[in-house]
Design a protein. Structure first.
Length: 269
């Protein structure tokens, strides 16, 4: 159960301003919040989509401490909550905890999706790539990611592979610090992120090491590499095999593992 929170809230989502005595009287879903002021009640709709891969009940249990919390309004900030002395928008809180898919995936929302927080914990492996992809079939991206960064059965965004040794970090910051240490030592023999982009060959495609870890950016660069492989070979199979190695032997083994993962992905849909 989420610890009881102390809230100060603002309301700026196209609804009327509320007063200091206003409280959250019900949380219907991640996008529907009932606000009460005296005897008056109003349903506030948050932008985005609810994340219900685990069903509604886990969310209702998580959201229970929100009921009864006081809220106030402001013209520009949306609904905000004060947690440990810091104001956080309710929309951001729900997205960061994995219950709301916002219209635009912020860095924190991308982390929630790929780490499997909240409702994303029950999502199929392909779900993050359906949101993050631009040009490549999300099933292909998910299959490659399971080859590259699988941790406890799901692709993990804060993954490095250093000279063949896989390293899994709890947070983006932890992985970033490790990359900075490697770069400071003059090394580039490591792979980064969900799709394990090699820093020696492709580091120049990123604005920074921090940028390389961002799930959406990591996926975008992986798509660039796959599309280039396909343009060069005219073969989807070779494009995937060459993502790992143009050497036929390791490339075939990599493709075989990908096919197994793809079969699992398709069977789970």
């Amino acid at each position: 159960m989420m610890k009881r929170l102390l809230f100060i809230a603002s309301l700026a989502l196209g609804v009327a301003s509320v007063h200091a005595a206003t409280t959250i009287s019900n949380v219907i879903s991640p996008v529907s919040i009932v606000i009460s002021s005296g005897k008056a009640r109003e349903v506030v709709t948050l932008p985005g989509k609810p994340v219900f891969f685990c069903g509604l009940q886990p969310f209702i249990e998580w959201a229970a401490p929100l009921v009864g919390q006081p809220v106030r309004s402001g013209p520009d900030t949306g609904i905000t909550v004060t947690i440990d002395g810091h104001d956080v928008s309710l929309e951001q809180l729900l997205a960061d905890r994995g219950w709301l898919q916002p219209p635009v995936l912020s860095d924190d929302a991308q982390a929630a999706v790929t780490e499997g927080r909240g409702g994303w914990a029950c999502a199929p492996a392909v779900a993050p790539f359906e949101l993050l992809r631009a040009s490549v079939d999300p099933k292909v991206l998910a299959g490659i990611a399971l080859n590259e960064s699988a941790y406890n059965g799901r692709p993990w965004p804060w993954t490095l592979n250093v000279a063949g040794q896989g390293l899994f970090f709890k947070s983006r910051m932890d992985a970033y610090k490790a990359i900075e240490m490697l770069i400071a030592r003059g090394r580039c023999d490591f792979d980064v992120g969900l799709l394990q982009i090699n820093w020696c060959f492709h580091g120049k495609r990123f604005a920074s090491a921090w940028d390389a870890l961002a799930p959406a950016t990591n996926v975008r660069v992986a798509e660039q590499i796959l599309n280039e492989n396909y343009a060069r070979t005219g073969s989807v199979e070779k494009a995937i095999a060459y993502y790992h190695s143009a050497n036929p032997t390791p490339g075939r083994a990599y493709l075989a593992r990908f096919v197994r993962h793809l079969s699992m992905i398709e069977a789970s849909r």
